[in-house]
Design a protein around this ligand. Structure first.
Ligand code: BGC
Length: 443
């Protein structure tokens, strides 16, 4: 299905793709959300939070280790210059989205999209404990109203990896007693910013946050402790459940979820050990968390980037194509991830992130094409899919990798801040147009 991935090749035209899609159902629902996703810190610029402080302290070390970390990737030839430069790791003005958001919303229009996922930066709204920043609140109000006026459905995330410094100094989500600060912030956002919002994501990727920040120690606060990893994970479960209850109380019509980083983990052979290990890994990766929050979700937000093949008790992925970050490319496996999650949790699913780091734009179109086919196949197996939000609208700050991984539908020139839709994005925009037209005709 993805035989053409990796080749800078000629792809099928949008109409050919639609014609050749599976028969049932023909297309997506009339209300399907077609959009893109971002997070505040990765695009806005000018933030002061746990990450901006950490970047300044770690930029040199990150640049120095890049060769060892990424040096044997095939992308190294064209990424090394940036990856070895400390400035790459300092978000600074990022892609200046805080000021240029209207221009970026124009891109959504160019892509025929009707939804946009973004996050509210807690450290802007509450820069000091208990002190609300009225200008920041007014900014986000205008931001959301602008989306709404343009007919773009806002999908609002409340916590996407970055925290106010004061909250982190209190121990962040390591301490159960700190959840009350998060709830107070959620309440403020609901009071001030929820008028034109129907979809709220409480927490982005709780599993990745606790793993990378507290187990691997690769992200702030660079802690390596199994005990703290578990504590953070459990507190994020509580934080979601309590935030959801609060939101339902304040805004009964709001649709609430988390954005969960899922993966499809499967056995590479029939051996009992491979089967058992794959199921166990899938449970630890997804279900340990999901089974404790799904009852407080109206839909399941999932971020999908990769799958893992297991032999015995080890992961051994096919040695095929990789993204610029070295991630194995298996967009079609999202079908199995969707079907599994549907069968287990019986909730509508919104794909809150999905995409590929591909600076040369050689693989993105095939990725998206394979994903659309997989979504249709999953629907025909009963999955109630409500939308697809591509990561990302723009090139952005890829966390501890900085600027060099390019996930954007729009390429950003970091010197001039000029945005330009990549060829794959132009193609995707045409596909969305055709699909949305087909949706209307079907209804
Ligand atoms: C995160 C994003 C990140 C993307 C690509 C997701 O895990 O939510 O913040 O940029 O993956 O790595």
């Amino acid at each position: 299905m993805i035989a053409n991935i990796g080749k800078p090749t000629i792809f099928a035209s949008p109409s050919v793709i639609i014609m050749s899609m599976p028969k049932t159902p023909q297309t997506f629902s009339k209300h399907f959300l077609w959009g893109a996703a971002t997070s505040a810190h990765q695009v806005e610029g000018g933030n002061h939070n746990t990450w901006s402080v950490w970047e300044l302290e770690n930029a040199r070390a990150l640049a120095a280790r890049a060769l060892y970390q990424y040096g044997d990737l095939s992308s190294w030839g064209y990424t090394s210059k940036l990856a070895t430069n400390p400035a790459n790791y300092v978000s600074g003005r990022a892609v200046d989205h805080y000021k240029r958001y209207e221009q970026d919303f124009d891109l959504l229009g160019d892509l025929n999209m009707n939804a946009f996922r973004f996050s509210i930066e807690w450290s802007r709204i509450e820069p000091q404990e208990g002190a609300w920043n009225v200008e920041a609140i007014a900014h986000y109000k205008t931001y959301i109203d602008t989306l709404h006026k343009r007919g773009i459905e806002p999908v609002m995330t409340l916590f996407h990896f970055t925290l106010p410094v004061w909250f982190a100094e209190k121990g962040g989500f390591e301490k159960r007693a700190n959840i009350k600060y998060f709830l107070r912030y959620v309440e403020k956002v609901m009071e001030e910013l929820s008028t034109n919002v129907r979809y709220a994501i409480t927490i982005n990727e709780p599993n990745i946050y606790s793993e990378r920040s507290y187990h691997e120690g690769a992200w702030p606060p660079n802690t390596q402790s199994n005990w703290k990893t578990l504590a953070v994970m459990n507190n994020l479960i509580r934080a979601h459940n309590q935030a959801a209850v609060l939101i339902y109380k304040l805004k009964p019509r709001m649709k609430v979820s988390i954005a969960y980083h899922t993966a499809y983990i499967y056995a590479g052979d029939d051996a009992w050990l491979s089967q058992l290990s794959a199921s166990f890994m899938q449970y630890v990766h997804d279900d340990y968390y999901l089974k404790r929050v799904y009852k407080n979700c109206d839909f399941l937000g999932i971020n999908y980037y990769r799958s893992y093949r297991v032999y015995g008790y080890r992961i051994h992925n096919p040695e095929q194509h990789h993204s610029d970050l070295g991630w194995e490319i298996s967009p079609d496996n999202i079908e199995h991830a969707l079907v599994r999650l549907h069968d287990k949790y019986k909730l509508p699913i919104l794909i809150t992130e999905n995409g590929i780091a591909d600076a040369r734009d050689e693989k993105r179109q095939a990725w998206i094409e394979a994903t659309i086919r997989a979504m249709l196949a999953a629907q025909s197996e009963g999955v109630n899919l409500i939308g697809y939000l591509h990561w990302s609208l723009l090139d952005n700050i890829e966390l501890d990798s900085g600027r060099w991984p390019r996930f954007g539908l729009a390429q950003v020139n970091y010197l001039t801040m000029e945005r330009k839709l990549r060829p794959s994005a132009v193609w995707f925009g045409k596909v969305i147009k055709r699909l949305r037209k087909a949706e209307k005709e079907e209804s």
